[in-house]
Design a protein around this ligand. Structure first.
Ligand code: SF4
Length: 339
């Protein structure tokens, strides 16, 4: 933001909210104004990604990364975190795969960190604030030595495993890089992600991407003036918290080839012995069965207009006059938007 502008009413942007502001301003909710936001509370999540992040944090804090012969300790930390959070690795979705990836990747991550030199110090989950630009963020890994600063973002998902990193991750890294330069007074010498699937990937990031920072200032000013257009796109909308009630999204989704949702009147809900429920949804273009839904309370939604999200189509669109077949995933959800 420009110098002299009264800052206390200006919302802070994290890399996540900044990415949302750039991709769909209507999706940005819950921005914090006033004093700098606090560091996020330590995660207590039990997904494979959350457990892996916590294990890496323990590995760094225990200084195990310094010694090549302690690379195996990363998997021990993973088990210790799972035990502390009272979950069995084998019972967590992708738990065993993540365990194997940690085992496979620990040595290359350790090597990367040790490149910083013998005098290097490593910090995990570092929260930095730039009060002038009202930007803040929590960095996964920061390694500092006389030779420079290494900024490493740890990733367990598919998004960072692609050969070209998505724009969302690149803008996150730009903001992290700016925060390090602004708060620590040294631009990072190495910026990139460490994907548990693919290993290290360095990206060329300038310490302060003035084009990006200027664009964020513009978008934030427009957002504050309630200029918040909805810009639907499959990857942007997938996990958006506003998705259930966002009409522009549901209109756009009708034309998406790989759409992952259906809406219409819920005609039936049949629960099998295994506890999973099949839903029959009808709309103006036909009907659809969504099988394998987890959860309860579906009967109460019969007769309602519902929107079912993050499901997979099993029959190609338009290939049959029968009801289209869809299957629920672990992240599927349903919302009622009226009778
Ligand atoms: S559902 Fe999509 S279009 Fe609607 S607010 Fe969210 S990201 Fe934007």
């Amino acid at each position: 933001m420009k110098a002299g502008v009264r800052q206390s009413g200006v919302p802070w942007l994290s890399p996540t909210s900044a990415a949302r502001l750039l991709t769909c301003p209507a999706s940005v909710v819950g921005l914090v104004t006033g004093p700098p936001p606090r560091s996020p509370a330590p995660s207590t999540g039990t997904s494979a990604g959350a457990l892996a992040h916590a294990a890496l944090q323990r590995w760094v804090m225990a200084d195990d990364w310094r010694y090549g012969d302690r690379d195996g300790a990363l998997v021990d930390h993973f088990h210790a975190v799972a035990e502390a959070r009272k979950v069995a690795v084998a019972a967590v979705m992708n738990g065993r795969v993540t365990e194997a990836r940690l085992e496979q990747r620990a040595s290359s991550l350790g090597e990367l960190m040790r490149q910083a030199g013998a005098d290097a110090t490593a910090e995990a989950e570092v929260t930095l604030h730039d009060s002038e630009r009202r930007l803040w963020g929590t960095l996964d890994l920061l390694i500092t030595s006389d030779r420079g600063v290494w900024l490493i973002d740890l990733k367990s998902g598919m998004d960072a495993a692609q050969s070209l990193l998505p724009a969302v991750i690149l803008s996150q890294l730009s903001i992290y890089s700016h925060l390090v330069a602004a708060v620590r007074g040294r631009a990072p010498t190495w910026v990139g992600v460490f994907s548990l699937r693919q290993g290290a990937k360095q990206v060329p990031v300038s310490p302060s991407d003035l084009g990006l920072l200027g664009l964020l200032d513009e978008r934030r000013s427009a957002w504050m003036a309630h200029d918040r257009p909805a810009l639907p796109a499959p990857e942007v909308c997938r996990y958006c918290t506003r998705r259930p009630g966002c009409d522009p999204h549901w209109i756009a989704l009708r034309a998406w080839g790989g759409a992952d949702g259906v809406e219409g009147q819920l005609l039936r809900a049949q629960t099998a012995e295994n506890g999973r429920t099949a839903l029959l949804v009808q709309n103006a273009t036909g009907s659809a069965w969504v099988s394998n839904m987890r959860g309860e309370g579906f009967q109460e939604l019969v007769g309602h207009h519902v929107r079912v999200m993050r499901i997979r189509r099993r029959t190609p669109a338009g290939q049959s006059s029968d009801a289209a077949q869809w299957q629920a995933t672990d992240s599927s959800a349903i919302a009622s938007v009226g009778d």
